[in-house]
Ligand binder design. Structure first.
Ligand code: AMP
Ligand code: GLY
Length: 423
């Protein structure tokens, strides 16, 4: 089978790394890929949002199966266009991707189907939104409705912050069209976890849980990022909680989407807040998490290709998922300045030594190759991943690999996994 992975981040490197091991894969391509992905797949210079370009490449190359990594092409309808062209693809239709693409849609969907989530209200008018927060009080959460690269959520400790957030999103349009509407939510407390399931429209197969560290600073302080590191399994997601999440969140979503005429096919990523009242849904994503995918792929023992292929085929009832008896942890190395403005094109050295640490693998996110050198070109640049008997051993190995990387312009958090290691 000739397979194309769409995307260029650490998640896509991990997917390519797992797919490459499959005997079902005869050739692997990635559009557009990065310097690390180039070692396991042929990189194609087509942007992940260039739908006609991707279709043309699939036809020219005779691609049999497409795996879409990021949310933006899913929300833009890439999978619909591929299916119309007769090319099976892993990921939801645009209609089903609204679970991530519109927070208002997702909240109304949860309300219709009794899925536990924070209380909320939707507004297209800034003055009405402000009046609501004056009335509701703080702490309170203000969210841009549409996709905002993980930055459209503002946790507000007081009413003045909430009013400023409404202005930033709706009046100043800091996230463009994504801020045409806001969702204002009750502030939930507890411990967060990321829960994954593969869904073929009817059957949902749990894919495990991970915990990521969203804040840029040690001790989970400072501004939120796309994720500075993750580990799996997540001790907070006990077998009982996993069963409850499948029963109260995942299955009602599968049934509700099918009943509403938009069956969900793809990876459903439930962002959970596990608090005194059990697990509540913070958000849905319609794809693997980044960097959660890196640790899931490190732990996955099953051949990934039949699993992913069963999604568009509607055959998930026939698959079983096997895991290595190991934990995995990823430390993200980012360019200095991240999540703000970063310096680009700095050189990263000694990556081979880091890759040679037992049970470690360095996934690339924002890198490009130039004349045999690897240059950093993004905010999050590397995902240094390792397996171990437990999270503590995986953590030790991951930092051993991090310490071998020679990149003065990069930084990482030194405390990834602290909750699980302390426990
Ligand atoms: P989201 O993109 O919706 O997952 O939000 C990003 C982050 O904001 C989450 O990972 C949480 O840390 C936080 N967050 C989102 N919604 C809430 C909420 N209702 N209460 C507390 N924290 C939240
Ligand atoms: N790591 C969180 C996300 O992928 O959205």
């Amino acid at each position: 089978m000739k397979i194309l992975v769409v995307g260029s981040g650490g998640r896509e490197h991990a997917l390519c790394w797992a797919i490459r091991r499959s005997s079902a894969c005869s050739a692997l391509f990635c559009a557009p890929g990065n310097a690390g992905i180039a070692a396991v797949a042929a990189c194609v210079p087509v942007d992940s949002l260039d739908v006609p370009g991707i279709l043309a490449f699939c036809r020219e190359e005779g691609i049999d199966f497409v795996v879409v990594g990021p949310e933006a092409p899913l929300v833009a309808g890439l999978v619909d266009r591929l299916e119309e062209a007769g090319i099976p693809a892993m990921g939801p239709s645009a209609a089903a991707a609204r679970l991530e693409g519109s927070k208002g849609f997702m909240k109304d969907f949860c309300a219709r189907h009794g899925i536990p989530t924070a209380r909320y209200a939707r507004f297209t008018d800034a003055a009405a939104a402000k009046a609501y927060v004056e009335e509701a009080g703080a702490p309170i959460v203000v969210k841009a409705d549409g996709l905002a690269a993980g930055k459209g959520v503002v946790l507000c400790a007081n009413v003045a912050d909430a009013i400023a957030a409404i202005d930033m999103i709706m009046t100043d349009r800091a996230f463009g069209a994504a801020g045409g509407e806001v969702v204002i939510e009750e502030f939930l407390t507890g411990e967060e976890a990321s829960f994954f399931a593969l869904i073929d429209g009817i059957t949902a197969v749990p894919l495990g849980a991970a915990q990521d560290h969203k804040a840029v600073g040690e001790g989970d302080t400072g501004p939120n990022t796309g994720g500075m590191g993750a580990y799996s399994p997540a001790p907070v997601v006990t077998p009982e909680i996993a069963e409850t999440v499948m029963k109260t969140i995942v299955r009602p979503t599968v049934e509700g989407m099918a009943a509403e005429g938009h069956p969900f096919k793809g990876v459903l990523f439930a962002g959970l807040m596990i608090g005194p009242e059990g697990a509540k849904l913070l958000e849905f994503n319609v794809r693997f998490g980044d960097p959660e995918c890196q640790v899931l792929m490190a732990r996955l023992k099953s051949d990934i290709v039949p699993l992913l292929r069963a999604v568009p085929a509607g055959e998930l009832d026939k698959v079983a998922v096997e895991w290595f008896d190991a934990a995995a942890l990823v430390v993200v190395m980012a360019a200095r300045g991240y999540p703000g403005t970063v310096v680009k094109d700095t050189e990263i050295r000694n990556l081979a030594a880091a890759d040679a640490v037992p049970e470690a693998v360095v996934f690339h996110a924002g890198t490009r190759a130039e004349g045999g050198r690897v240059l950093a070109v993004g905010g999050r640049v590397l995902g240094v991943t390792a397996r171990g008997r437990d999270v503590g051993e995986a953590q030790t190995r991951a930092y051993q690999a991090v310490d071998l990387i020679d990149w003065p312009e990069g930084f990482c958090r030194r405390d990834i996994g602290w909750r699980a290691v302390k426990a």
